[in-house]
Design a protein. Structure first.
Length: 146
């Protein structure tokens, strides 16, 4: 998936399975987090972001940081600047709630969501990247031409 911001589309549907068991913030950030190393280093060099150790060393800490930054500094401004077509901005503003992780259950839900997002990212990359497992081992699974 050459476009990092497309990764959340594959994982957000899982939120509808059981809404209380998943965090949208965790799913979205987790699905993009393996590519954060490209943005932080400003070059397309892969180090640990797409590995299992990268989940604990890079992905989870960055997701915690970016989740708090988004909810404290970005969320309300983003909602206020949505287009007014179909009343989108008013409806989104009515959905605003304070976001926090207070209990152990909240942390577990967040970590499970980040991990699910991370795994979906790795799975999609296996089909869409030239060095991906499915791409390399099963030519019929090559989805890069679609």
């Amino acid at each position: 998936m050459p476009f990092t911001f497309a990764h959340p589309t594959y994982i957000l549907l899982i939120k509808f399975i059981n809404p209380r068991c998943f965090s949208v913030t965790g799913l979205v950030l987790g699905s993009m987090a393996p590519d954060f190393e490209y943005f932080l280093s400003l070059e397309p060099h892969q180090s640990i972001g797409h590995s299992f150790s990268g989940l604990f060393v890079q992905v989870i800490p960055l997701c915690i940081l970016f989740a708090y930054l988004f909810h404290i500094f970005v969320k309300e401004s983003l909602v206020l600047h949505l287009p007014s077509i179909f009343g989108l901005n008013r409806r989104a503003y009515n959905l605003l709630r304070t976001w926090s992780i207070r209990t152990l259950r909240d942390w577990i839900v967040f970590f499970v969501s980040v991990s699910a997002g991370f795994l979906s990212h790795i799975s999609v990359d296996a089909f869409t990247h030239e060095g991906g497992y499915m791409f390399s081992n099963f030519p019929c699974c090559d989805l890069s031409s679609f």
